[in-house]
Design a protein around this ligand. Structure first.
Ligand code: PXG
Length: 291
């Protein structure tokens, strides 16, 4: 494995950063998780755009142009010779001292890891997933805004711990008003009476790139899509439910807090969107080779 750190490549055992990097000391930094399908990087421009927006929101200037980072990302994929992969793109605040001040750190650290993706078991996509609502609330938008894909994922990890301890794989997180926001690492959708519903971004949600693709695909299929204020009740009475994310893609949900969703099997609209998304991921993407 060849890992990119600040323009140089290292073997996994030698890919090391400073213990004084504020990415480690404070979770001060941003990241993206990107997929490679069949030698093409899926939605690379969209992920780069969100990375630069997350960086801007924390007043971190990425020392490379978007175009240069795109070229470096493609080169990192090429070097690792994987046709299907998961790219973890990380920008840390850089090396500083034992104090919070980010303005005396730097330069920012740029890391690109290209690895095999550990997919959820196939069975999960056929049978569907069970979820629970957890007590850990999604971050207040007035604190670390959930729109920032920051290196500080402890809030989501606390939610994940609750879910795993309850015997399920994912957690539904509510915002401080008790309204549905998203899961620990995925966005959430419901279908009711043929209408596709998802919490609006203002509920405290990461604007998922898969979420945007699903909204677009549904509209192309003439399915009405609404970004809404969503309660647990809306999930309990939904006909269908599913999660979206670059890692998970589209995963059907069949149980929430012990309530069976719809008829307890992945719904027709969910399955249709899963098929379309699968096709989309193989069709679109930035070729790894020709760059
Ligand atoms: N919400 C949150 C909180 C996320 O972290 C998504 C939604 C989906 O966004 P995209 O753009 O991927 O459609 C994410 C991203 C993992 C893992 O290992 C997953 C994410 C991030 C980091 C790790 O499963 N999901």
């Amino acid at each position: 494995m060849q890992i990119y750190i600040n323009g140089e490549y290292f073997e996994k055992a030698d890919a090391k950063i400073s213990v004084f990097d504020h990415g480690l000391l404070y979770g001060d930094g941003v990241f993206e998780g990107i997929r490679v399908y069949d030698n093409k990087v899926f939605r690379l421009d969209e992920h780069l755009e969100r990375l630069y927006e997350s960086a801007k929101a924390i007043d971190l200037t990425i020392p490379l142009s978007k175009d240069k980072l795109k070229k470096d990302t493609l080169e990192a994929v090429r070097r690792n010779k994987l046709t299907d992969a998961y790219i973890r793109l990380i920008v840390t605040r850089g090396i500083g001292s034992l104090g919070l001040n980010p303005y005396i750190c730097g330069p920012p650290g740029i890391i690109i890891i290209v690895d095999k993706i550990a997919l959820y078991p196939k069975e999960l996509y056929e049978k569907g997933l069970a979820l629970v609502t957890v007590a850990t609330q999604r971050n207040l938008p007035e604190a670390v805004n959930p729109r920032i894909k920051s290196l500080n994922y402890l809030n989501n990890i606390l939610a994940k711990i609750e879910a795993i301890n309850a015997g399920v794989e994912e957690a539904i997180m509510l915002n401080s008003f008790g309204l549905v926001s998203e899961c620990a690492g995925d966005n959430i959708f419901a279908v009711r009476k043929g209408i596709l519903l998802t919490p609006s971004i203002s509920m405290g949600v990461l604007e998922g790139i898969t979420r945007n693709d699903v909204i677009r695909m549904a509209r192309e299929k003439k399915i009405e899509v609404k970004q809404v204020v969503m309660t647990r009740h809306d999930l309990f009475i939904a006909d269908e439910c599913f999660l979206t994310g670059s890692a998970a893609e589209i995963v059907p949900v069949i149980k929430i807090d012990g309530r069976v969703i719809g008829d307890g099997r992945p719904g027709a609209i969910t399955r249709d969107l899963m098929k379309s998304y699968h096709r989309l991921t193989r069709k679109e993407g930035v070729p790894v080779r020709s760059a």
